[in-house]
Design a protein around this ligand. Structure first.
Ligand code: TYM
Length: 342
């Protein structure tokens, strides 16, 4: 199959489980906004079905889903230009996921590092949904015949599996139906690390709130977290080579570069030789300038939940115009007796 035989379409998703943080923003949402500016259809999704693979308090899930929608919009996703959806409102995602559960192999799932990390030692007690998580993710993407998926570094393995599932389906049924989706892992901050430990990924599940900048943090909280971020005693280097073995310095420089839309080399050309005592206030100022307005807009939008719900209803209608025919064709390929009423 040639990778160009499908019309370009971008899909990506974020779990509404807890706070949207700087890692999600720089690794994913900011990239989504870039793609929206190109001449290509973009679909962005709150993946609530993925979120419940680990326990979610129902009221918190509802709030987090709306808050994530507010986060997308406040960051620059325009619900007219992009299709903005909540996964459970587009039932074809879960329907295609079942087909893919029957295509994917247990061994493939067992190799997923996210499964190993999240299930921990007690795999017998993990949900079946957590194990099958990547098959639903493949369905999210392929039910749109999406060709490009912008994500952070940590999703690379899941996207390779998506290609494996597409290839096995095409091969098993002798068709050329699902595209070989391209992961797009771009920018200066594809793996934002914890502000407290430069060897650990910034994550919503870190018990320390100081380890991450939440997109809802106000200016004071953002500045304080940057002031307190872990560093080392050396001055900043003038070249990227000098960041090796300095995970905290590297992380702050990458965040700065991504926020300022520069490369790491450009940032180091400006700040090389400075001490952190001089760099951190510059960085706090930049972060507050770029992030605080997003947080403020999120809280404003959260006061208009009916508007958010309307946007999601409209998004689901637009999405289903794409997903229903693709699911219907999939059922036909698999041999389900037509007409399938979808
Ligand atoms: P999730 O919700 O964990 O993260 C959402 C996006 O944010 C990126 N990300 C980061 N990027 C840089 N540094 C970090 N510290 C960081 N933390 C998170 C993630 O790489 C991701 O792009 N399985 C997905 C959700 C999903 C999905 C999909 C994504 C479901 N279906 C289909 C793409 C396409 C996840 O758990 O992302």
């Amino acid at each position: 199959m040639t990778e160009t035989s499908f019309t370009p379409r971008v899909f990506s998703g974020i779990q509404p489980s807890g706070n949207l943080h700087l890692g999600n923003y720089l690794g994913a949402v900011k990239r989504f906004v870039d793609w929206q500016a190109k001449d290509v259809e973009t679909v962005y999704c709150m993946v609530d079905l993925h979120a419940i693979t680990v326990w979610q308090n129902p009221a918190d899930l509802t709030k987090s889903t709306r808050e994530l929608c507010a986060g997308f919009i406040a960051s620059g996703i325009d619900p007219e230009q992009s299709i903005l959806i909540n996964q459970s409102q587009v039932p074809e995602h879960a329907q295609l996921a079942w087909i893919f559960n029957c295509v994917a192999r247990m061994g493939w799932m067992q190799r997923m590092t996210q499964w190993k990390d999240k299930a921990g030692k007690n795999t017998q007690n993990a949900s079946l949904g957590l194990f099958a998580y990547p098959a639903l993710m493949a369905a999210d993407i392929l039910v749109y015949h999406a060709t490009h998926v912008p994500v952070g570094e940590d999703q690379k393995q899941h996207l390779e599996l998506t290609r494996d599932i597409a290839a096995k389906f095409n091969n098993d049924y002798g068709v050329d139906f699902f595209p070989m989706t391209e992961p797009v892992i771009e920018g200066a901050a594809t793996r934002v690390m914890s502000l407290r430990d430069g060897t650990k990924k910034m994550s919503k599940s870190d018990p320390s709130d100081a380890s991450r900048i939440n997109m809802t943090d106000d200016a004071d909280a953002i500045a304080k977290k940057i002031r307190k971020a872990k560093t080392d005693p050396e001055a900043l280097p003038s070249e990227a080579e000098g960041l090796k073995e300095r995970p905290e310095a590297r992380n702050l420089i990458e965040i700065f570069a991504a926020l300022n839309e520069q490369s790491v080399d450009q940032v180091l050309a400006d700040v090389g030789g400075k001490q952190f005592s001089e760099f951190k206030p510059m960085m706090a100022e930049l972060a507050v300038e770029k992030l605080a307005p997003i947080g403020m807009e999120m809280s404003r939008l959260m006061n208009h939940q009916d508007e958010i719900d309307k946007i999601l209803t409209r998004g689901a209608e637009r999405a289903r115009a794409i997903t229903a025919p693709i699911l219907k064709q999939t059922y036909e390929i698999v041999g389900m007796v037509p007409p399938v009423s979808l």
